[in-house]
Design a protein around this ligand. Structure first.
Ligand SMILES: Cc1ncc(COP(=O)(O)O)c(C=O)c1O
Length: 396
């Protein structure tokens, strides 16, 4: 899915490989999120884990209320570049990171009763210096909406969020009750690329399990996984759902989508380096599934290529592989209208979210450059190129 016609971009203007993000498409997504904020009263945070191209932080800042982070480093990025509120949730905090977060984060969300208890004294002390500092607890409503266990925080045995029975077991303890009194919010994150109905069912499950506590809090965070900027998303239902929830509990609602900021906005451009044959034509690219598109192996899924169709739909079939030593560094099998040649550029679609943030330098593979394009004016900025030093400095 793309909101931009990347075929209008002259690929010879780019280094290869290169992520290219259309700032016009990002702004389109941000406007939709901003409209939800304005009409529902919810505050929307940009989940940096999905997309951290901080060159576009000033644009994001214009439309959203802040950022949410998965730990100290993303939180610092949010504070230093994006502005607005800085929220952080981590499956567990280290003592050192937690001490630093207390000095600048706005909301800190605990994943477990034991972490809340462990840091309760530090929280009290920090709140005396920074009364605006707010603490929350991630709850697990034990209501699954996803089919893929690795993307389902409510799968059986999940380590993410506190179930009602875990909480009740702790609430009989006096020390824990005092720690619990520090909380002013509840957080849940249960969805992945979903529309409004799964959220509505999740809210019912949250209310059934934790309804008695919601009214005692001043905020509730509905997490991420809302595909709000997708053309099929029911934006008006979301606005009505948030408004009704906020009125019922007299509470501030937060949402922290990541993908919704970046879907349909970016591509990965790569070049054909070699073509061989073993049972079928094999093209080696200057990119890599394992280094540059790890979700194609982890999820797994097959990335779309703008000029390709599914295998065997034309007579020019190729297996596209990466340039690393990994036998399984295979991006997939595709058909093309014309035979591929060394030097051809291929465009992998929808690569802005959860791809740029996951790259690695396995085999010393060069990281893709990063470019920002404006599809209205055709202005192009190569924001960053990487070299040997980026590989070397990570390793000693
Ligand atoms: C706690 C939390 N918040 C927000 C997000 C962002 O989700 P998405 O990018 O699917 O909107 C995630 C994604 O894993 C998450 O774990």
């Amino acid at each position: 899915m793309h909101f931009t016609d990347f075929s209008k971009l002259d690929l010879s203007r780019l280094p290869s490989p290169c992520f290219v993000v259309d700032e016009v498409a990002v702004e389109r997504n941000l406007r939709i999120l901003h409209e939800v904020e304005q009409k529902s009263g919810a505050k929307i945070l940009h989940a940096l884990k999905a997309f951290s191209l901080w060159d576009l932080a000033p644009l994001t800042q214009t439309y959203l209320s802040g950022t949410c982070a998965s730990g100290l480093h993303e939180a610092r990025l949010g504070k230093e570049h994006y502005g607005g509120e800085v929220h952080v949730f981590s499956a567990a905090f280290t003592d050192r990171d937690f001490a630093e977060l207390l000095t600048f984060a706005d909301h800190i969300v605990f994943n477990s009763c034991s972490q809340l208890l462990r840091y309760a004294d530090a929280c009290r002390e920090a709140q005396q210096k920074r009364p605006e500092l707010s603490f929350g607890l991630r709850i697990n409503p034990e209501h699954s909406e996803g089919d893929v266990p690795i993307y389902d925080p409510c799968a059986a045995g999940s380590r993410l969020g506190v179930t009602r029975s875990q909480l009740d077991q702790h609430l009989v303890d006096d020390d824990f009750q005092q720690a619990f009194a520090l909380l002013s919010g509840l957080h849940f994150h249960t969805l992945c690329e979903q529309d409004f109905l799964p959220l509505q069912r999740t809210l019912a499950a949250v209310e059934a399990k934790f309804g008695d506590l919601i009214g005692t809090m001043s905020w509730v965070n509905f997490g991420g996984g809302h595909h709000i900027s997708h053309p099929d998303y029911q934006v008006n239902d979301l606005i009505a759902g948030i408004t009704a929830f906020a009125e019922k509990y007299q509470i501030q609602v937060y949402l922290e989508p990541g993908e919704a900021v970046a879907i349909g906005t970016g591509v990965l451009v790569s070049e054909v380096l070699d073509i061989g044959f073993n049972e079928l034509p094999q093209a080696i690219l200057d990119t890599s599934a394992t280094c540059h598109m790890p979700d194609t192996l982890e999820m797994p899924y097959k990335a779309d290529i703008s000029t390709a169709v599914p295998p065997n739909e034309t007579s020019y079939n190729y297996r596209l592989g990466g340039l690393t030593c990994l036998a399984g560094d295979i991006i997939g099998d595709y058909s093309f209208a014309e035979p591929l040649s060394v030097g051809d550029r291929l465009v992998f679609e929808d690569m802005a979210h959860y791809t740029m943030v996951k790259t690695s330098t396995f085999n010393g593979t060069k990281l893709p450059a990063i470019a920002v394009w404006n599809s209205n004016t055709d202005a192009l900025r190569v924001v960053r190129e990487f070299d040997y030093n980026d590989f070397k400095t990570r390793l000693s």
